[in-house]
Design a protein around this ligand. Structure first.
Ligand code: NAD
Ligand code: ZN
Length: 342
């Protein structure tokens, strides 16, 4: 079968012919139809320090996908060939305390599809049936291929009550932009999003942000004045991993405000803890998606009208994967989806 393989401990990814995976008793095999490129895949492509210490070589990569079940293991119940699915990319142990309590997103033994084990940029991928998510008809293959990052956005956006609240999102990457659409959809009042990239800020405006600010030019304080906000933001969603973005968020949050932190800083970040202490802020780290509450909530939102289609800005056949990675790497895109039915 075809697969996009991290073949060597160096920059790049190759389209190769590799053996089809085999199905264990508790697994499903999925014929992949669409895949999307994640920031993680860019780290792997660029072979940065994180990738060098994390990714086994050679390995097929990728973890954002949709497809159709073509084979089920002997012990699997609830799935059959023909089911349209996407997959939760975090494979959890099932026996640790958090797993046993249903808090699978907090499993300390998590393995990532396309990170620690064979990925989904391939004609076929095998995952535990537990990780497969059956798709309602309302969610088509291309939207289904981005449920993993949409799930990050939903998990973060639902971490605190945003109904009627003023929300600041730092980072208009695909996840930040989708988060803006989500918090508007569920009833936030003002949604301000920041970035340093005008292409992405334009996309954020199209997808529902009240104001989209380029922090190299625009002031957050002026924006707050313009919106008539006296006291500060109620909820912050940190989706950039950038230190100065986090600091500006802590500074502009209202007393008693809450921060959900999804962005992953590359290094340690110093903050003014006085902001946290004297304003009584709550900061919560967000990892992955809740299994599977986030999946059910996002499916329900999509079924009831949440429109995230504009975040998919590029669609390419898998043969043009090099261009797909270039587009994603250049930052002038939302999500880039590759078609495996070509
Ligand atoms: P992305 O890298 O595409 O988006 C980050 C955005 O932040 C970029 O558009 C960048 O221009 C912007 N940015 C840079 N400096 C900024 C500044 N000073 N102020 C505001 N914005 C600034 O990433 P993404 O795929 O949208 O993911 C968002 C973040 O979430 C990343 O840090 C990613 O690593 C992280 N992530 C975390 C999890 C998790 O489970 N915790 C899962 C997926 C992604
Ligand atoms: Zn576990």
């Amino acid at each position: 079968m075809r697969a996009l393989v991290k073949a060597h401990a160096a920059v790049g990814i190759e389209l190769q012919d590799i053996p089809k995976p085999t199905v264990g008793p508790n697994d499903v095999m999925i014929r992949v139809r669409r895949t999307a490129i994640c920031g993680t895949d860019m780290h792997i492509y660029n072979w940065d320090a994180w990738a060098q210490k994390t990714i086994p070589v050679p390995m097929a990569v990728g973890h954002e996908y949709s497809g159709e079940v073509v084979e089920v293991g002997s012990e699997v119940q609830g799935f059959k060939p023909g089911d349209r699915v996407s997959g939760e990319g975090h494979i959890t142990c099932g026996y640790c305390r958090n797993c046993r309590a249903g808090r699978r997103h907090l499993c300390r033994n998590t393995q990532g599809v396309g990170v620690n084990r064979q990925g989904s940029f391939a004609d076929y991928v095998v995952i535990p049936a537990f990780n497969a998510f059956k798709l309602p008809a309302a969610i088509d293959d291309e939207i289904a291929s981005i449920l993993d990052p949409l799930g990050n956005a939903v998990h973060t956006a639902l971490a605190f009550d945003v109904v009627g609240e003023d929300v600041l999102i730092t980072g208009a990457g695909p996840i930040g932009i989708m988060a803006a659409a989500i918090v508007r959809f569920i009833g936030a009042r003002n949604v301000v999003i920041t970035d340093v990239n005008d292409y992405r800020l334009d996309l954020a405006r199209k997808m529902g942000a009240t104001l989209a600010l380029n922090v190299t030019r625009d002031s957050l304080d002026d924006a707050m004045k313009q919106l008539g906000m006296q006291e500060g933001f109620d909820v912050g969603l940190e989706m950039s991993g950038n230190a100065s973005a986090l600091r500006s968020m802590l500074r502009t949050l209202h007393h008693g405000g809450s921060v959900a932190m999804l962005g992953i800083p590359a290094t340690e970040v110093a903050i003014d803890w006085n902001e946290v202490v004297f304003k009584g802020l709550t900061i919560k780290g967000i990892y992955g998606r809740q299994m599977f509450e986030t999946w059910y909530k996002m499916a329900a939102m999509l079924q009831s009208g949440l429109n995230i289609r504009p975040i998919i800005t590029h669609r390419l056949p898998v043969a043009e994967y090099q261009r797909a990675f270039e587009i994603m790497g250049a930052g002038q895109s939302g999500k880039v989806v590759m078609n495996w039915e070509t």
